[in-house]
Design a protein around this ligand. Structure first.
Ligand code: SAH
Length: 247
């Protein structure tokens, strides 16, 4: 039996309202309270009405944001926490479920999927994810670097197309170079690499390069990087990973 208290964790897609599901849109219009990181609230601003409460939070305040949302839902308010992309991909969904599990809160959670950066980036680049792929976050804030390195090495060796999230920040500049080196040990220098920034926003930019020439300085936290597998090739400005059809 449900508790009757509802908390929605809503994926808003990578950037614009157009990239959000109809279900996400409807839920955001119908809740009493919307909580999210301020940049994301800005992205959905025009669908928020005057009688909804909005709580903004800063970066790195995920836990406070999640606890606040759970407590307000427990008091009977209809609450939505927004997450960019998909809430279950390095987003708020897991944290909220963990906190409810540990804290025995009486709240029913519904998670609304969104388009994650990997898929939005892939669509802009062509069709790079047509075969098996791995998604790896280079952020070592919550994951030890040793573990990340092991996964990079494994993905490179197993010829997975690899999508890198959180590739580089102003403070964390070495990981992307280390990742490049790991992949160069397993793949040829001209393996196609797609770099996409600020997907779905007015500043959106994309670039196709290769493993040896990746412009690491241009990569930041608003960037998603896709490294092709051994079969990925370029045709005009599109990255294509063959599925294996005989043509
Ligand atoms: N939940 C999000 C991911 C959060 S982790 C999702 O499903 O997309 C944050 C990382 O996601 C960023 O460092 C970047 O690598 C990627 N990312 C998120 N939004 C992006 C966007 N609009 N353009 C490019 N990369 C993005």
């Amino acid at each position: 039996m449900g508790s009757g208290n509802q908390l929605f964790v809503v994926g808003i897609g990578p950037g614009s309202l157009a990239g959000m599901s109809r279900q996400a849109y409807q839920i955001l219009q119908q809740v009493d309270i919307i909580i999210g990181y301020k940049t994301y609230i800005k992205l959905i601003e025009e669908l928020i009405s005057g009688n909804q409460e909005v709580y903004l939070s800063g970066m790195r305040q995920e836990k406070e944001r999640a606890v606040k949302a759970i407590q307000m839902a427990e008091q009977g308010k209809k609450v939505a926490v927004i997450s960019s992309g998909d809430p279950g991909v390095y987003g708020m969904a897991g944290l909220i479920l963990e906190l409810i599990d540990k804290g025995n809160y009486k709240v029913d959670v519904e998670i609304i999927a969104g388009i994650t950066a990997a898929n939005a980036a892939a669509a802009l680049l062509g069709a790079p994810l047509m075969h098996d792929y791995a998604v790896i976050s280079l952020s070592d804030i919550l994951t030890p670097w040793e573990v990340i390195k092991k996964r990079l090495t494994g993905a490179a060796a197993a010829d997975f197309i690899t999508v890198l999230y959180n590739p580089r920040s102003s403070r964390r500049v070495e990981q992307i170079k280390a990742a490049q080196k790991i992949f160069l040990n397993q793949r040829v220098a001209d393996t196609p690499v797609g770099i996409v920034r600020q997907i779905g926003r007015s500043e959106e930019e994309k670039r196709i390069t290769n493993l040896a020439n990746m412009p690491v300085e241009e990569i930041d936290m608003l960037t998603t990087v896709i490294i092709g597998n051994s079969q990925t090739y370029l045709s005009a400005d599109k990255m294509i990973t063959p599925r294996g059809y005989r043509l």
